[in-house]
Design a protein around this ligand. Structure first.
Ligand SMILES: [Cu+2]
Length: 308
């Protein structure tokens, strides 16, 4: 019925099926009994209701049965949960970074990926960090879900047991584009993973001189389209060297999208907000993008604009 793709799936599924079965037995049992009494004791049949009170036997029974059931739920729950907090010493160390509204996976040494790529049958520990608000990393196929909270070092771990591609979601409502905070977990054969990892290094180097990869890896395109579509923020298409109507506080002014304007928009997004868009949705990238990187981004933006 269920197919989990990690070592933790069995414990979670067993607990789930156990609790779900009890719920089904009760809902069916109670409903059938209710319908039976409504029909059998109908007033039309003229039966007189019995009046009685107090029954030690019943009191003991309906205390003991639920007690046994919840203790069994606790037993299976604890058995499934305990291994989730015991990370093997040889686990691969990766950090998942959650920000509005995307996931980033940090493999160390500046190697960051939008997707979680892992070798099969190897334990992995994923440290969880948030750069802004509360998020929650959820990979249903692996039966893992943990909150990602700013200022708190949380983690999860698992051993992926099946090769394939699995969905990653954010399952803590984190604002406007929460529902598009998606990613993929790709589980590869060890040899394929090694190959991916070797190529990956070169991608990180390219990214430093490639404007498109820079904005993609920084997550800009989650909110700024490249084709003119209106998302949370203004599109990057035809942005460079065009007139923009902006609101600076309560004053509406027209400014030209020059290098200086773009740097200011990235470092202090709320100082001037383009008309028709909302304040307070973009963080400052002051400590994330250096000025020389912004210059590379600007060169890329010029290619999206007819006016250079
Ligand atoms: Cu989120």
């Amino acid at each position: 019925m269920f197919t989990g793709a990690s070592n933790l799936a069995e414990g979670v599924d067993k607990t789930f099926i156990f609790i779900f079965s009890i719920a089904i037995i009760f809902i069916v049992g109670i409903s059938v009994f209710m319908i039976y009494t409504v029909i059998h004791f109908s007033r039309k049949k003229g039966k007189k209701p019995l009046q009685f009170s107090g029954s030690i036997k019943l009191e003991i029974l309906w205390t003991l049965i639920p007690l046994i059931l919840v203790m069994l739920m606790f037993y299976y729950g604890e058995k499934g949960f305990a291994p989730m907090r015991k990370v093997p010493a040889d686990a691969l160390q990766i950090t998942a970074i959650g920000r509005m509204w995307e996931w980033e996976f940090d493999y160390g040494n500046g190697m960051k990926s939008r997707e979680l790529v892992l070798p099969v049958n190897k334990p992995v520990r994923i440290g969880l960090k948030s750069e802004d608000v509360n998020h929650s990393l959820f990979i249903p196929a692996f039966r893992v879900k943990e909150d990602v909270i700013p200022g708190y070092d949380n983690y999860l771990w698992f051993i992926p047991t099946h090769i394939g591609e699995y969905e990653i979601l954010c399952t803590e409502y984190c604002g406007l584009l929460h529902s598009s905070m998606l990613s993929k977990a790709k589980i590869l054969e060890q040899a394929d993973y090694d190959k991916w990892f070797a190529d990956f290094k070169s991608v990180a180097v390219v990214a430093e001189s490639d404007g498109y990869l820079l904005i993609r890896n920084t997550g800009c395109i989650a909110c700024h389209s490249l084709d003119g579509t209106k998302l949370v923020g203004p599109s990057f298409k035809d942005l460079y060297s065009t007139q923009r109507i902006v609101l600076a506080g309560n004053n509406q002014t027209t400014v030209m999208a020059t290098d200086e304007y773009i740097i200011k928009s990235i470092y202090d997004p709320d100082s001037e907000v383009v008309k028709g868009f909302n304040k307070g949705l973009m963080r400052s990238y002051k400590d994330i993008l250096k000025e020389n990187e912004i210059k590379i981004i600007i060169d890329y933006l010029k290619t999206l604009s007819e006016k250079k």
